[in-house]
Design a protein around this ligand. Sequence first.
Ligand code: NDP
Length: 280
Amino acid sequence: MIIDGKVIAKRIRENIKAEIQENNYKPKLAILIAGNDSASKIYANAKVKACAGVGIDAEVFCFSDSEEGKFLKKLEELNVDENIHGIIVEMPLPKSFNSQRTYDIINPLKDVDCISTYNMGRLFAGNPLYLPCTPHAILTILKQLDINFTGKHAVIVGRSNILGKPVAKLMLDLDMTVTQCHSKTVDLQKYTKMADVLILAAGKKNLINGDMIKEGVILIDAGINEYDGKIYGDCDFQSAENRCLYITPVPGGVGPVTTSMVLLNTLEAYKNAIKNTYSK
Ligand code: NDP
């Protein structure tokens, strides 16, 4: 069965919109883009549109790859601006930037994609303030399948700090046995064929095909690869589709749910700001 991320996303957005309207909340999200990554601009615009749809105000700030000083100054201003509740920094930052500085200074209360050193620490310590948006989307998609995942084998392809590693942590929390693969993994298909739940987060078109998966696998494809003006996942959908119990398409799978998680975390950040608390 093909999992329709747009349907899941719509349901989440309706709930967020209702809560904002009922309580007359005024959340605001700031989105920072640095450099010339065209995908970052597309993702930022999609977030602004989604925010407008649920009643969250959003503002985008753009910087060139030679403006790290200006970028950090703006980030520090937004950190203490009482009218801003969530901050998203579009990734990747330019190579000329020291990304670690951003991770270290972003206000954890407003860090709605969980990129800060503090929030990453809390996530791995088992007491997250916010779940990072794409891993949270993957978790949400799996949970709505209403399957008992205890003891199942999750194989994750990718180990980045924003995606692969937090996904592995969330799958461990579902009591699955977890294998994490990466670019140095020898004989990738040996592991992908063992997966009950296969999560792709490599950013490589056609990395996985139907011959590399077990019959009846649940396949979640978070990859986004632009090729000839079209978007593809990490999996060759056509060859894999019939072997999967469930599969997410690209586009229309993880992506829309991720955007909904940005909205959900921004609402959460707004409520945290009202309570002025770091505790759950
Ligand atoms: P990174 O480039 O930071 O990480 C990619 C990971 O994939 C690395 O761990 C890398 O291994 C691994 N990898 C690369 N090539 C191979 C290979 N041939 N075999 C096995 N592993 C491999 O990317 P991100 O984690 O930021 O993003 C991954 C993908 O997810 C991208 O396509 C991105 O666009 C997409 N994405 C989607 C989102 C959504 O909303 N759906 C949101 C965010 C990202 P190593 O560590 O050894 O280099």
